[in-house]
Design a protein. Structure first.
Length: 147
């Protein structure tokens, strides 16, 4: 049996991210998740939530906050495409995500996404609420797919 989509709970998707993601912890919440599997074994997950950037949270935009695979070929493209189909069927008009500059984006392009902006990156820590950054803080590329 080949690569196929399968349902997954947010809890299961978060556990997969905690075990496999290179540089991020699982997100705190999410709207829904989708998984890719080979022979009924999960090889990747996408977690979709509200946009992290408040200015983009217009009620019609969702964000792929985590996409994580074990390296299985074509799993990323399958998950990005499925995330957009699911979000669109729920009434969202735009889906966004971010990649690091060294990540090529071929899976996103293969799923029909387009790069739309370069963000400054930076730290979430502020003098009034100090935080320890456990993630990359450099510039990121924002991708989007829309109706």
């Amino acid at each position: 049996m080949g690569l196929e989509l399968c349902p997954v709970t947010l809890r299961e998707a978060r556990a997969f991210v905690a075990q496999h993601h290179r540089h991020h912890r699982p997100p705190q919440g999410g709207l829904f998740a989708v998984a890719a599997a080979v022979d009924h074994v999960v090889v990747g997950v996408a977690i979709i939530g509200r946009p992290v950037a408040r200015r983009l949270d217009d009620g019609y935009t969702a964000e792929v906050t985590r996409l994580c695979t074990d390296g299985t070929r074509n799993a990323c493209s399958l998950l990005y495409g499925a995330a957009w189909r699911a979000a669109r069927s729920l009434g969202y008009r735009r889906l966004i995500t971010y990649t690091l500059p060294e990540e090529g984006g071929s899976s996103l392009r293969g799923a029909g996404w387009k790069p739309v902006a370069v963000t400054r990156g930076g730290s979430w820590s502020r003098s009034g609420r100090p935080r320890v950054d456990m993630h990359p803080t450099q510039e990121k590329l924002r991708w989007e797919v829309a109706c």
